[in-house]
Design a protein. Structure first.
Length: 440
């Protein structure tokens, strides 16, 4: 405890770090306040039916990611997920379309162009999701809740929703540039954490209201949640070390033998991005459910059941596929082999160059498979928790997107703080001075 207090004091001694943390907290506070600002023309006292609808199923999950803004009919109701969906599409195009591949190789200028295209695509997605949200709003709350009505008002409300999401996206980019941590991920995490106290109180109230065994079941649930939390941290931080032997070096008049080091290949090199990508695509049925068509209603009915087989099977399969996809994007065995050869290093028993790249690729493929399967299992754990009678809102924290995002984002943010401390010769947050995040 003394070391923790000392470390916190060191954090506030570093002016740059203190400013970045304060700036991040300020923008996150702006986001949280905005999630309670109801759209103009809607009576906030008549939103009970909408809030009840957004407490279960996929709508409940979307409400969780938006920090309750969806159920509040807020100006931030659509949250940041449309931007995530647009990012997925742009990254997929970068794998298939030569134009986007060329942009990826252009460095900073290419990155700016891709970010601009992502913003345009986000607006297009919002232009589809906005009317769908308004159609759902008209179906869920009484018409007396609308102080304004008609086609013109729906257009006006859609523009408000688009502006709200774009503002949230701007907040995330400012946090990334001038704050601490990844802004978009922090915004999602804050929205999730904001719902945790309500979910905890609801579960505790339901268990304490039982005549027999309620308190014991609640204690068991907390213990199981703790072990799931620990297992998730192990998944995020797990690595396999590949030994690398470097050539002999002569320093002064002394000759030193080969130096052995290790390349840490992460079991889950993709972090939480696969589960965010998969979850974003699973929200597509919500878009279809906003339009009254036979095909749209059939698809929405099949995938809106959060505990249903087809939803969880599709979700788990997409997590596995996106894990391999994102690992292929972030880990380049050929580049690693070239850097190793350039520095006079080799893997014992493996020839440098192409053979080393093939070896690293095969190792990554083997360790990614169990990592992706475990990631998929954690992703669908909330469905099993709900089947065992745990409150829908509290079950979201037994794995799934919520827990993985929280663990991954918190570790990444702490890693950035740790780097600032170590760069200025202060002790880190951990005794070893090495806190491993998703990219550590």
């Amino acid at each position: 405890m003394k070391k923790l207090i000392t470390t916190i004091q060191h954090i506030f001694k570093i002016e740059e770090l203190r400013t970045r943390i304060g700036y991040t907290i300020l923008l996150l506070l702006v986001y949280r306040l905005g999630s309670f600002v109801v759209m103009p023309g809607i009576d906030p006292l008549q939103l009970e039916d909408l809030q009840a609808q957004s407490s279960t199923g996929l709508l409940g999950l979307l409400n969780l990611f938006s920090g309750g803004a969806f159920g509040n009919a807020s100006i931030f109701a659509l949250g940041i997920m449309p931007y995530i969906s647009a990012s997925i599409v742009i990254q997929l195009l970068g794998m298939m379309i030569p134009y986007f591949q060329r942009l990826q190789r252009e460095g900073e200028s290419g990155r700016r162009k891709m970010n601009q295209l992502t913003r345009y695509l986000t607006i297009l997605i919002l232009a589809l999701q906005g009317p769908a949200y308004m159609a759902n709003l008209h179906a869920q709350i009484p018409e007396t809740a609308f102080m304004l009505n008609g086609f013109g008002y729906n257009i006006f409300a859609t523009i408000i929703l688009i502006a709200g999401t774009m503002f949230v996206m701007w907040l995330g980019e400012r946090i990334t540039d001038r704050g601490i941590g990844n802004g978009i991920s922090l915004i999602i995490t804050v929205g999730i954490l904001a719902r945790l106290p309500f979910a905890f109180i609801a579960e505790a109230g339901s268990r304490f209201g039982e005549t027999t065994g309620g308190l014991l079941m609640f204690v068991v649930e907390i213990i199981v949640l703790f072990f799931v939390f620990v297992a998730t941290i192990a998944l995020v931080q797990g690595t396999r070390k590949i030994p690398v032997q470097y050539a002999k070096r002569i320093i002064g008049n002394k000759q030193y033998g080969g130096v052995r080091q290790y390349i840490p290949l992460k079991i889950n090199a993709a972090g939480v991005m696969p589960i965010i990508f998969a979850q974003a695509l699973m929200f597509i049925p919500l878009l279809l459910s906003g339009f009254d068509t036979d095909a749209g209603n059939a698809i929405a009915a099949a995938f809106n059941d959060y505990t249903g087989f087809w939803y969880n099977f599709t979700f788990g399969l997409m997590v596995v596929l996106f894990t391999y996809f994102y690992t292929a994007v972030t880990v380049n065995p050929t580049m690693m082999a070239e850097e190793m050869k350039k520095n006079g290093g080799f893997i014992p028993g493996v020839k440098p160059g192409k053979k080393t790249a093939e070896y690293l690729d095969s190792v990554m493929s083997r360790i990614t498979l169990p990592g992706s399967l475990f990631l998929a299992l954690v992703a669908i754990l909330p469905a099993f928790a709900m089947m065992l009678g745990i409150n829908n809102q509290f079950a979201q924290f037994y794995g799934g997107t919520s827990l993985l995002i929280m663990v991954g984002v918190v570790l990444d943010t702490l890693q950035q703080i740790e780097s600032h401390l170590l760069n200025r010769h202060y002790d880190g947050l951990m005794k070893t001075g090495r806190l491993k995040g998703r990219n550590g």
